[in-house]
Design a protein around this ligand. Structure first.
Ligand code: DC
Length: 201
C-alpha cells in the first residue's frame, strides 16, 4: 500500500533532517527532490543544456559528490524555474511517491504539484537568519570559508527565486501543517512531524 508524505519548505529550514528521521521511524523510502535539481544544476555548470540534462538524468547522477555546494544550490534554483526541466522530473517523483510501503518526499512543490493527494503535507519553515546560520555551520564543517553574510544573501536570493517563479512556486499546500522550526530543537521538530503522520495512519 502507498502512503505519501510531502514535506516542503525553503532552504535549510530542516526539511531534510525531518524527512530522513520520519522515513526511518515509519520505514518509508525517502527522496530529497532538491538533489534532482542540484544534479541538473551541476551539469549546467559543466556546460550542459538544462532541459537536455533533466531529460537524460539517471539515478547515478544523484550520487555526485559536488551537489551540496553553495554554487550548485544556486544553479539548481536557476534551472528549477524552467518549466521543461520541472516537467522532465515529474514522473519519477510521482512514481516514487506512490511506491509500495510509503514514501517521504521533500522539496518545494511536493504538496502543491507533485503529490497534491499526499496523505500528509507539512511545510517546514524558519526565519532567514536562523536558516542562514544553520547552513553557515554546515558549510563551515564541510570546509567552506563563506561568511555568514554571504550565506544569508544566498538564502534570501534563493528563497525569492523559488517563491516568485511562475511554475510550481514554493508555497504551503492547502491543508499543510506549518512547522516553524526557528525556535525548535531538531528533536521537537521531528516529534511534531511524527505526530502529524501518526495521526493519519
Ligand atoms: O532543497 P534544496 O535546497 O536541495 O533545493 C535546491 C533547489 O532546487 C532549490 O533552491 C529549488 C529547487 N527545487 C525545486 O524547485 N523543487 C523541488 N521540489 C526541490 C528543489
Amino acid at each position: 500500500m502507498s502512503f505519501a508524505v510531502a514535506i516542503d519548505g525553503p532552504a535549510a529550514a530542516g526539511k531534510g533532517t525531518i524527512s530522513r528521521a520520519v522515513a526511518a521511524h515509519f520505514g518509508f523510502a525517502h527522496l530529497d527532490t532538491g538533489l534532482l535539481y542540484r544534479a541538473v544544476g551541476a551539469k549546467v555548470l559543466e556546460g550542459a543544456d538544462a532541459i537536455e540534462a533533466a531529460e537524460a538524468l539517471r539515478a547515478e547522477d544523484l550520487q555526485a559528490d559536488n551537489l551540496r555546494t553553495a554554487e550548485v544550490a544556486q544553479a539548481a534554483s536557476k534551472v528549477a524555474v524552467i518549466p521543461e526541466v520541472r516537467a522532465a522530473l515529474v514522473d519519477f517523483q510521482r512514481a516514487f511517491a506512490r511506491r509500495d510501503g510509503g514514501a517521504v518526499l521533500d522539496g518545494r512543490d511536493i504538496g502543491t504539484v507533485i503529490c497534491p493527494d499526499a496523505e500528509v503535507k507539512i511545510f517546514v519553515t524558519a526565519s532567514a537568519e536562523v536558516r542562514a546560520k544553520r547552513r553557515f555551520l554546515e558549510l563551515q564543517a564541510a570546509g567552506s570559508t563563506m561568511s555568514l553574510e554571504a550565506v544569508l544573501a544566498d538564502v534570501v536570493a534563493r528563497d525569492a527565486r523559488d517563491r516568485d517563479r511562475a511554475t510550481a512556486p514554493m508555497k504551503p499546500a492547502e491543508g499543510a501543517l506549518i512547522l516553524d522550526t526557528s525556535e525548535m530543537t531538531i528533536d521537537e521538530a521531528v516529534a511534531a512531524a511524527t505526530r502529524a503522520i501518526a495521526a493519519r495512519r
